[in-house]
Design a protein around this ligand. Structure first.
Ligand SMILES: [Zn+2]
Length: 386
């Protein structure tokens, strides 16, 4: 999920908000204000709303702490974390790759619910120390109404996240356990995603049932969460299927070996007019004295002042091969896909013995998979992805 608004950085991780967050923030403020009015009718409007705002902010801070704890374990285990995004249903930490072992996955997944549980009991503990008595329910007057609400909501968050449906934290824990037993990440993901799918459907059915028979809006909410979970589980399963299909395939089997070349002494005006415009290609290998100097793309051309195009050669602006993020023909396709996602590119140069051997692009991989599916008797007549 791409954040719509950047909030800042914590421990080198970008923190962002998705637009859907504002909707849920408003709903939570409204329901908190209503809750405070119900338990403390004597409060002024100003007090009720400011406490609702403070409590709401502390709630989102607790979700952020939950996500940061996932990120902290990931980082400690050497898995890079790019960003954390808060959205309508909580938060997501965008962790750049899968854990390399079941144990890391287990601790990474369980860190969030543990954090929520600790925060929950901390809030309840503070409320209790301030005089709140659980036995008498939410107290009529004192200021710790917000603390009690935060305590319960964080405990509920921990329990909800421990539901064993992948990709919820509990599902990740389940997957880590299966993975630890069968040593097969893909099969573990499939099984955890199937459990997730089953739980999601149960949520939807039960949610609609509650809504239609008791008119409870909580039922609709449950069905909505179920629908979201079902979507996420299906996407995880699809990723697992792709991983199976590509498991033993290497870059060299799929890459395009067609590398258009350009002489290093050609100036940028000729490059733009006779090469880029005429061929429609976006990159060329620069050759000088019979050896490859690097790559030149439309981006390097754009960065060069147009007035200097006639006096600048492609050799001047070429990107040396050793400064590019590249893969080798022996790299597994799944690794190449991970690198593309990390670098946010759709193709990568393939280097063999210091020379450009070809290019691997997402299109190559899509076409390869479609051919495989057609050979397997499936996907006949499917339209080709561009
Ligand atoms: Zn979590």
């Amino acid at each position: 999920m791409r954040p719509s608004i950047r909030l800042g950085r914590i421990f080198g991780i970008d923190i962002g908000l998705h637009y859907s967050w504002f909707l849920i923030a408003l709903l939570i403020m409204l329901s908190l204000a209503a809750h405070f009015q119900a338990v403390n009718p004597q409060w002024s409007v100003g007090l009720r709303w400011s406490l609702a705002a403070v409590t709401g902010l502390l709630f989102f801070a607790s979700i952020l702490a939950h996500e940061l704890s996932h990120a902290a374990v990931a980082k400690a285990r050497g898995i890079p974390v790019r960003s954390i995004t808060l959205f309508a249903l909580g938060g997501v930490a965008n962790i750049e790759k899968e854990s390399s072992d079941a144990e890391s996955e287990f601790w990474m997944a369980i860190a969030g619910p543990i954090t929520s549980l600790v925060i929950g009991f901390l809030f309840l503990g503070i409320a209790r120390a301030a005089g709140w008595q659980a036995e008498s329910g939410t107290p009529p007057a004192p200021l710790w109404a917000g603390l009690v609400w935060l305590g319960y909501i964080n405990v509920a968050l921990a329990l909800f996240n421990m539901i064993p449906g992948y990709p919820l934290d509990g599902g990740r824990v389940l997957r880590a356990i299966i993975w630890g037993i069968n040593h097969n990440l893909v099969r573990a993901t499939r099984m955890a995603a199937d459990v997730g799918q089953f739980i999601a459907i149960t949520f939807i059915v039960f949610g609609f049932f509650r809504f239609f028979y008791s008119g409870a809006f909580g039922g609709l909410w449950l069905a909505f969460i179920g629908w979201f979970l079902s979507d996420a589980a299906a996407a995880s399963r699809a990723t697992a299927e792709v991983t199976v299909a590509l498991e033993h395939v290497r870059v060299g089997d799929v890459m395009s070996q067609d590398c258009p070349a350009i002489e290093g002494n050609i100036n940028l005006r000729t490059f733009a007019e006779d090469y880029l415009l005429r061929t429609g290609r976006r990159w060329f290998v620069v050759i000088q004295n019979g050896r490859q100097l690097g790559l030149v793309t439309i981006n390097e051309l754009r960065r060069t002042d147009r007035n200097r195009w006639s006096f600048t050669t492609v050799a001047d602006i070429a990107l040396p091969l050793d400064r590019l993020r590249t893969v080798s023909p022996d790299t597994y396709l799944t690794t190449a896909l991970e690198v593309m996602a990390q670098e946010n590119v759709i193709q990568l140069p393939v280097i063999s013995n210091g020379e450009l051997a070809g290019v691997i692009s997402r299109n190559n991989i899509v076409q390869f998979m479609e051919t495989q599916q057609e050979l397997a008797g499936e996907g006949v007549g499917r339209s080709r992805a561009a």
